[in-house]
Write a protein that binds this ligand. Structure first.
Ligand SMILES: [Zn+2]
Length: 105
């Protein structure tokens, strides 16, 4: 799984790990903006780095960063979903980034 994911662009929402995280967030009951561990993927151990609401309380712009540890090859992945303020237009830009922080064997 990890070798395949390495060949993908790191800034797409469709990245398998970004999707795994997002879909788990969206399907958990009761609904929560915080991921309920463990991950639904049995070979990935998820660990929270942060979960925060951006800009102001009540903005509903939830940012998160999680570490995923692959128990099969030992790789560490980081899944980031965040919002950035474009200072020229004051638009809130949504961004995804998923990348391998530590390569396994
Ligand atoms: Zn792996």
């Amino acid at each position: 799984m990890c070798d395949t994911m390495d060949t993908l662009a790191d800034d797409i929402a469709q990245h398998p790990l970004a999707r795994l995280h997002w879909e788990q967030l969206m399907s958990q009951r009761p609904m929560s903006k915080k991921l309920q561990l463990p991950s639904v993927c049995p070979s990935m151990e998820a660990k929270k780095i942060f979960e925060e609401e951006r800009f102001a309380e009540g903005s509903k712009k939830y940012a998160y960063k999680y570490k995923y540890h692959c128990t099969q090859c030992g790789s560490d992945w980081e899944v980031v979903h965040d919002y950035y303020l474009n200072e020229d237009t004051e638009a809130q830009v949504e961004g995804f980034r998923t990348y391998r922080a530590v390569a396994g064997v």
